[in-house]
Design a protein around this ligand. Structure first.
Ligand code: ITT
Length: 203
């Protein structure tokens, strides 16, 4: 059975391939499905709304069971920003590093104790045939924003500025397995595993 990972973000794709490695299905990317250029308008103002918009759009375009997530970083000192707008924070011209620099600048005067933040991930699973109900799962991870970029070998997005609770290293510096254990995406994906197992088992 083929399952589409409906994302244009290579970091997310890699993480889902790792997190769902035990599911006996073939996980295909949007490029594999010939949908690399599909533009999806993320017009909702919630993670759930945008996860459903993406999963439904990719499912309809591919005809495949599709998993998509909407995720982002909510910073308390910025009243929850960038939140659902994390991918566009600072405007369209910025790359991941530019967005991190922008965030660090916005928090330049915020002291250690007030740099709390959390990553949020909502996963939507959509079956274009309608045989299986739409499923949503959610995961969060608490932490704080570093004072400088702390890059590592595997991180993407805001990983290099996010220090999870109980650690001194950023998500980019920690081994992938440690990130998966506690991350927003790891938590949401583990709730999706039994649902996928049921569907794949019935196939
Ligand atoms: P798709 O919509 O195609 O999946 P995207 O990157 O635009 O790709 P989102 O709209 O969900 O995805 O935006 C998520 C933003 O939050 C984006 O800037 C990511 O880099 C960032 N993000 C999400 N999960 C992350 C993680 O585990 N580590 C670091 N940054 C993350």
């Amino acid at each position: 059975m083929k399952i589409l990972i409906g994302t244009a973000n290579p970091g997310k794709l890699r993480e889902y391939r790792e997190l769902l490695a035990d599911i006996p299905a073939t996980f295909v990317s949007t490029a594999d499905a010939g949908l690399a250029s599909l533009e999806v308008d993320e017009s909702a103002d919630t993670f759930t709304g945008n996860a459903l918009i993406k999963a439904r759009a990719y499912a309809q375009a591919s005809g495949l069971l599709t998993l998509a997530d909407d995720s982002g970083l909510a910073v308390d000192a910025l009243d929850g920003a960038p939140g659902v707008h994390s991918a566009r924070y600072g405007g369209n011209g910025l790359d991941d590093r530019g967005r991190r620099q922008r965030l660090l600048a916005a928090l330049a005067d915020v002291p250690e104790g007030q740099r709390t933040a959390r990553f949020v991930c909502v996963i939507a699973l959509v079956d274009p045939s309608g045989e299986h109900n739409e499923t949503l799962t959610e995961g969060t991870v608490e932490g704080r924003i570093a004072f400088e970029d702390r890059e590592g070998p595997v991180g993407f997005g805001y990983d290099a500025v996010f220090i999870p609770e109980g650690y001194e290293e950023s998500f980019a510096q920690l081994p992938g397995s440690v990130k998966h254990e506690m991350s927003h995406r790891g938590r949401a994906a583990r709730q999706m595993v039994p649902v996928l197992q049921r569907i794949v088992g019935a196939d």
